[in-house]
Design a protein around this ligand. Structure first.
Ligand code: SIN
Length: 331
C-alpha cells in the first residue's frame, strides 16, 4: 500500500472511531421519587442531575421522575436491587421489608430535633446503617433531611385522648402503626400519592408529616387543625443498586459520590428553609389553626408514646436505640 493510501486508511479509522464515540448514547440513569420538584428531595435530585450531566454528560443522562410518575416509595426499595431504577430516596420508614434497624427513626420523641438526627447519622451506627443492606442490593449513598413531623387532624385536638377513635394515614411501618395505637387511634398505611384523596374522602381523618409536605401537597385543604408536635422524623436514604454502584469506573464513582454529597447538602439547606417558610405560610392561613403545645402538654404526649422505645428494643437493637438516646441526655 502506498504512503498516501495508508494515511487515508489510518484517517478513516480515526474518523470512524470518533464518529462511533460521538454517537454512542449516554447511559440513562433513572431517579424516581414521590414528591414535587419544589421540595428538598426534588431540589436535591435536580442538582445531582445537573452536576452529573455537566461533568459526565457523554456517559450518563439522569432522568428524574417526580410526583410518583414512575412508582411509589413502597415499590422503590424493591426496584433498586432489581436494577429497574438507579436512584431513589425513600423515607427511612419504607425499608421495613429489608431491615428492622432503621425503625429507630420511627420511634416517637426519640430525636429531639434535626440536629440530633444529624449527629446520630454522622456517628458510627448511623454510618453503618447506610450500607447494612448492601448485601441485599440496596446501597445507601447518604441521608437527606426533610424535617420533624407534625400531627394534623380534621377536628380540633389538644390532648392524646382527643385522638381516640380517629383514623390516621401512616407510612408503611409497624412502629408508626403502633404509635397511633398507643393513642387509641387507628393507623392506615398508604402510599404518599393517595393521602390527599384519602383526607378529602374522610377515609382517614388525620395524618403526620413535615411542614414542607403538608404545604406542597395541600393537606391543609382538609386538615384545619395542626399541632407543632415535632414528635417524629421524616428523613430519607438516597439509595442505588449495589451492583450498579460497584460496576461504575472508579473515577465516575468518585464523581458521583462528590455530586451526591453536594446535592444532599443543598437538599438539607432547602429542607431547613422550606420547613421554616412553609410553617409560616400555613400559620397565616385563616382557615387553619396551628396549636403550639406547652412543655407540660407535650410531656403528656411523650408519656403515652415513649413506651414504644422499650417495645422495640429487642427488635431494633439496644445499641442502636441507646446511641440515639445518648444524644438526648448528652451522655
Ligand atoms: C416523602 O416525603 O417522600 C413521603 C413521605 C410520606 O410518605 O409521608
Amino acid at each position: 500500500m502506498s504512503v498516501a493510501a495508508s494515511l487515508k486508511s489510518a484517517l478513516f479509522t480515526v474518523l470512524l472511531c470518533l464518529s462511533i464515540g460521538a454517537h454512542a448514547e449516554p447511559q440513562t440513569l433513572i431517579f424516581a421519587h414521590v414528591v414535587g420538584e419544589n421540595t428538598p428531595k426534588g431540589k436535591m435530585a435536580e442538582m445531582f442531575k445537573s452536576m452529573v450531566e455537566r461533568r459526565l454528560g457523554d456517559h450518563y443522562r439522569v432522568d428524574i421522575y417526580p410526583n410518583t410518575q414512575l412508582m411509589d416509595d413502597d415499590e422503590a426499595p424493591f426496584a433498586i436491587p432489581e436494577g429497574r431504577i438507579h436512584f431513589a430516596a425513600p423515607a427511612l420508614s419504607k425499608f421495613e421489608q429489608f431491615t428492622e434497624r432503621l425503625k429507630v427513626y420511627d420511634l416517637p420523641f426519640l430525636f429531639a430535633n434535626m440536629g440530633a438526627v444529624d449527629e446520630f447519622q454522622r456517628g458510627p451506627i448511623g454510618q453503618e446503617l447506610l450500607t447494612h443492606m448492601a448485601g441485599e442490593g440496596i446501597y445507601g449513598l447518604g441521608y437527606l433531611h426533610n424535617g420533624m413531623k407534625q400531627l394534623t387532624l380534621a377536628t380540633p385536638f389538644e390532648r392524646p385522648e382527643d385522638m381516640a377513635g380517629q383514623r390516621f394515614r401512616s407510612m408503611q411501618s409497624d412502629v408508626l402503626v403502633r404509635q397511633f395505637e398507643r393513642l387509641n387511634a387507628e393507623a392506615l398505611p398508604m402510599a404518599f400519592s393517595q393521602v390527599y384523596q384519602a383526607l378529602a374522602d374522610d377515609v382517614v381523618q388525620g395524618q403526620e408529616n413535615t411542614w414542607s409536605n403538608i404545604y406542597s401537597q395541600r393537606f391543609y385543604d382538609h386538615q384545619p387543625y395542626m399541632m407543632v408536635s415535632n414528635h417524629g422524623v421524616l428523613d430519607y436514604m438516597v439509595i442505588t443498586p449495589t451492583e450498579f454502584w460497584q460496576s461504575l469506573p472508579e473515577d465516575h464513582r468518585f464523581f458521583f459520590e462528590y455530586a451526591m454529597d453536594m446535592s444532599i447538602k443543598y437538599g438539607n439547606a432547602v429542607a431547613l428553609a422550606k420547613n421554616t417558610n412553609d410553617r409560616i405560610e400555613i400559620e397565616r392561613m385563616s382557615n387553619v389553626t396551628v396549636m403550639v403545645p406547652t412543655e407540660e402538654q407535650l410531656r403528656r404526649w411523650q408519656q403515652v408514646m415513649e413506651p414504644l422505645w422499650n417495645e422495640y428494643e429487642a427488635i431494633i437493637g439496644k445499641e442502636v436505640i441507646d446511641a440515639a438516646r445518648a444524644l438526648q441526655s448528652g451522655i
